[in-house]
Ligand binder design. Structure first.
Ligand code: CP
Ligand code: NVA
Length: 307
């Protein structure tokens, strides 16, 4: 089943196909007459709207559902919610807190004979749909990506994890700068290095506590919020830990002169990025946001391609 929990589900066979479908002039109305369920446990602006419009563009009908409305894990188990939605929809897209809910829903659907892929619209572990949009953006701006340097400054979170994986699939040299306690665990770092070797595109991954080491000579600089959805009670302690990790003009000075600045948004101006940088000439954040729809078209068309 073409489920998408994180971008490494696409390796090696489906990654280029998703990108090809995303950027092709016309992929046809492959969802004609079909419903697509969009289940959200957390707020969203870009993901909901880009996915709804991508579904409409493919001829389908999106149905937005708040998790509280169906009572995910309270009124009904995630498995029963998934199978219920599977009765009416061709694809189940979900934004959840606990990543494990996604494979549980996929397992329940498949085990009950539903031909309904599950697409991750952000979980606490991963944000694959954003990462695909970011690759489309990076390819457009930087050209061939192998050997180019991508620096991620901030929390080694869901966004960072998916971004690092796509960048390694692209053969990029990735650097991640995070404060102590907010980087990848040693085990996860091992897994990412193993993944990079398996991919065999020549990409590298270095982690550091020094934002300038990461940003030095970078072709692209990426950041995300210091406090992700669901971590709000840690906000004060995170603000203190991440204070030296702001993407500002001084950090841009050590990068390549034409460095591209990326942020998945929403941004907290004055925390992880200054207003001047976000609004400045290096920022490509609105192109990224626009490519969320491009990416969703490719992901949804891929999900129904072989069935
Ligand atoms: N980047 C992103 O996923 O934005 P939303 O949370 O607004 O969907
Ligand atoms: N890391 C952020 C990404 C938001 C799109 C979060 O999970 O809240």
């Amino acid at each position: 089943m073409p489920d998408l929990f994180d971008v490494d589900n696409l390796w090696p066979h489906d990654y280029e196909r998703v990108l090809e479908l995303a950027t092709k002039d016309d992929v046809g109305r492959v969802l004609e007459g079909d419903g697509v369920a969009l289940l959200f446990e957390k707020p969203s602006a870009r993901t909901r709207n880009s996915t709804e419009m991508a579904v409409v563009g493919l001829g389908g009908h999106p149905v937005y559902i708040q998790a509280a409305e169906v009572g995910l894990e309270t009124r009904e188990s995630a498995e029963d919610v998934a199978r219920t939605l599977g009765c009416y929809h061709r694809i189940l897209c979900a934004r959840v807190f606990d990543h494990d809910v996604l494979p549980r829903m996929a397992f329940a659907l498949e085990g009950s004979g539903f031909d309904v892929p599950v697409i991750n619209l952000l979980s606490d572990e991963a944000h694959p749909c954003q990462a695909i949009a970011d690759v489309i953006t990076l390819r457009e701006i930087l050209g061939p990506l192998p050997g180019q340097v991508l620096a991620y400054i901030g929390d080694a979170n869901n966004m960072c994890r998916s971004l690092v994986k796509v960048a390694l699939m692209e053969g990029m040299d990735v650097r991640v700068a995070s404060p102590p306690g907010y980087s990848f665990s040693a085990e996860e770092l091992d897994r990412l290095h193993t993944f990079s070797t398996k991919v065999g595109r020549g990409g590298t991954l270095h982690v550091t506590e020094d934002p300038e080491v990461a940003a030095g000579g970078a072709d692209a600089l990426y950041t995300d919020v210091w406090t992700s959805m669901g971590q709000e009670e840690e906000m004060a302690i995170r603000r203190e830990a991440f204070a030296p990790y702001i993407v500002d003009d001084a950090l841009l000075d050590v990068a390549e002169p034409d460095v591209a600045v990326l942020h998945c948004l929403p941004a907290h101006r004055g925390e992880e990025i200054t207003d001047a940088v976000l609004e400045g000439p290096h920022s490509v954040v609105w192109r990224q946001a626009a490519h969320r729809r491009t990416a969703m078209r490719g992901i949804l068309a891929w999900a129904v391609e072989d069935s």
